[in-house]
Design a protein around this ligand. Sequence first.
Ligand SMILES: Cc1ncc(COP(=O)(O)O)c(C=O)c1O
Length: 370
Amino acid sequence: MIPITRLYVGQEEADAAAEAVKSGWLSVGPRAAKFEELVAAKVGAGYGVSVNSCTTALHLALAALDIGPGDEVICPSFTFIATPNSIRYTGATPVFADIDPLTYNIDPAHVETLITSRTRAIMPASQIGLPADLTALRKIAAAHGLHLVEDAAPAFGATLDGVPLGAISDVTCFSFDARKILTTGEGGVITTNDEVLAKRMKALRANAASVSTLTRHTTTAVIQESYDEIGFNYKMTDIQAAVGIVQLGKLDHVVSTRRALAARYNELLAGNDAVTTPYEPAGYGHVYQSYSIRLTRHTQLEVMTAMAERGVATRRITACHLQPAYFDTNAPELPESAKAAENHLLLPHFVGLTEQEQDEVVDALHAATH
Ligand SMILES: Cc1ncc(COP(=O)(O)O)c(C=O)c1O
């Protein structure tokens, strides 16, 4: 079977993890501090906050902004379910906006129509590795006094007009799970230029202790920490961070390889009029965390099934408002999200995908759509 992804980790990551284990410090510690600093520096943000997933990163960011019951946060429906879930965790209401059919990202014009006196934030997802239209969203957020909390889970390394994601929105949340651009197994990092917010997120990720675990364990002084509010345990371990530090050194290679594979897919699929290849607007630096096509004549299920029978794995993204967990939001019709959820398809796409495997994927797709 050609899988949807294959990990790009090796001896260096194994050695770094072993070193962390042998160091005697496994929980959030010096390596997690270094990793979050390196991630922030890489994207040009002032601060980084490491956490144990992007799902928790999104929740932590909203919680630190005091978003809660009675508030509304506008997000796309065509995204991973963690995006609206993170809003629900706070007690706030996710308000689903439709997407631009070309980019699969939230449509700023629709966002604007959904703003009410309860709206506190916009949470775009930079889906599949392509930045959302952050230029337009920033303007809307500024005009209405809203926070721009970006779900950039699949888009570490992506750029907009040459500026890396992570330094554009008020808060940006990245994922380092096993299918992302870089991985720590599970993990996330939040970047922001807001010092006060970063400090609050660092406290809240560790049960809101007034003194960090690392500080308490590295001093001989007696410390009696206090807990002034309800926090969470969202800490990244030093083992994960050690892997992440090694992975960071591979970012340029990962992004250029994924872009080259995407360009090759584009060429190989150019003659197949039953599929539409991805769109990358001028000025957008797509990292192709996924390679997504549109099926113009066939159903998603029939193509997924036919390709699976030929040994090729595929995946899809859902429209959250059409999932049972969100039926109660009574979302309006979101035609582009519903269409995308029905007719797009993600093909195997990862560093290490050989030309022969890519040819097999394309042959299976041609056969399924002839
Ligand atoms: C758009 C989006 N948001 C959030 C997440 C959640 O990331 P994590 O698995 O790190 O919690 C993902 C992961 O697949 C994602 O694709």
